[in-house]
Design a protein around this ligand. Structure first.
Ligand SMILES: Cc1cc2nc3c(=O)[nH]c(=O)nc-3n(C[C@H](O)[C@H](O)[C@H](O)COP(=O)(O)O)c2cc1C
Length: 334
């Protein structure tokens, strides 16, 4: 099999402007939502929800992994994000082999998750306290030959950790380093530390000029990302996470989108969900409900509709509410 040149291609196509990515988000960036975002306005890169490295080759976890790593033929191939125990690099080597056999083109390693259970299992941001684990896991994952990137935070307890942590990662010869501009301790509460970007870019230029730097945290729209990249021209990529909940068109250049367009996306998500459940397998309806508020914005009585939508128990019930809103606004416009 020829070596995947996933990031090389992305870089070649973005010499003048940054590339954009939808952030990996647990229970959000599944195949259904990735296709909705692609329809609204596709970023250059999609990521899967984080997936445990051990589970990928574990017989008993096959069912869950099949769902997590399900990719539809109509979507852009996502990058697989792995998390796992830093004491067990071999699990990453085996997972990377399996991922390659499944036809994926790139792997991202989660070294920033603040979840206490993940940290207790020596995953996520625990790597920021155990550099040696990070080095071993990166080396092990690379063995399969797929390009490997890392997504991390500035530090564990303090953002100042980045003075040592970022140079260390840059010495590991990784394709892309995505930096969420907060410490683990800050969770998502503090504002992103844009002030360290220039420093990070300088470190990259000095230590590993070929590593792409992707910036993440509090960037809500493509426009905001472009402005940031203009201010700091060395930025290669911009990753948007929660901005997508405020605006599913976050990756679009156009600022305004109509309520009709939003409802069309909403209906698409409901249809894709039904299709998934029918053809691939069960999926918790609650995981779908969290998205509904995205589509009900700036409408008269939006709060009431949102309230009703979060209490629905089926896609048909949700469709009825959309019909009701649409019929009402047609009457009002008569
Ligand atoms: C619901 C949710 C789930 C997340 N799951 C993951 C994940 O699986 N892997 C990961 O690296 N980061 C995860 N994150 C963090 C985001 O990828 C991103 O780093 C963070 O939200 C900051 O970016 P933002 O300010 O643009 O949202 C998650 C964030 C949210 C809100």
């Amino acid at each position: 099999m020829p070596k995947s040149n996933y990031w090389k291609k992305i870089k070649e196509n973005h010499l003048k402007a940054p590339f954009f990515s939808l952030a990996p988000m647990e229970a959000v960036t599944d195949t259904v939502f990735r296709r909705v975002v692609k329809q609204a306005s596709a970023p250059d890169n999609f990521y899967t929800e984080f997936t445990n490295a051990t589970s990928i080759t574990h017989e008993k976890a096959k069912f869950s992994v099949r769902h997590r790593l399900y990719v539809d033929e109509n979507e852009k191939q996502p990058i697989v994000q792995l998390w796992g125990n830093g004491d067990d690099p071999e699990s990453f080597a085996s997972a990377a082999d399996a991922i390659k056999d499944m036809g994926f083109l790139a792997i991202d390693l989660n070294m920033g998750c603040p979840d206490p259970t993940v940290i207790k299992n020596h995953g996520g941001s625990d790597y920021i306290r155990h550099y040696e684990n990070a080095a071993k896991v990166i080396t092990a994952t690379k063995k399969a030959g797929l390009p490997v990137s890392v997504k991390t935070r500035l530090g564990f307890s303090s953002i100042d950790d980045y003075h040592e942590w970022i140079p260390f990662l840059l010495k590991q010869d990784i394709e892309v380093l995505t930096v969420h501009l907060r410490s683990k301790k800050e969770m998502s509460k503090a504002g992103a530390h844009f002030e360290v970007i220039a420093d990070i870019l300088k470190m990259r230029d000095e230590i590993s000029p070929d590593t792409l730097i992707q910036i993440n945290g509090d960037i809500k729209t493509k426009e905001q990302g472009l402005q940031l990249a203009k201010k700091y021209p060395g930025i290669d990529g911009i990753m948007i996470g929660r901005g997508i909940f405020e605006n599913p068109f976050a990756f679009d250049d156009a600022k305004q989108h109509s309520q009709e367009e939003l409802f069309a996306l909403f209906r698409m998500q409901l249809d894709l969900y039904d299709d998934y459940v029918l053809n691939i397998g069960p999926k918790r309806f609650e995981s779908l409900r969290r998205f509904f508020k995205i589509y009900i914005r700036g409408l008269p009585n939006a709060a009431t509709y949102r309230d009703r939508l979060v209490r629905t128990t089926s896609t048909d019930e949700a469709r009825q509410i959309i019909d009701e809103i649409e019929n009402k606004s047609e009457l009002e416009n008569d």
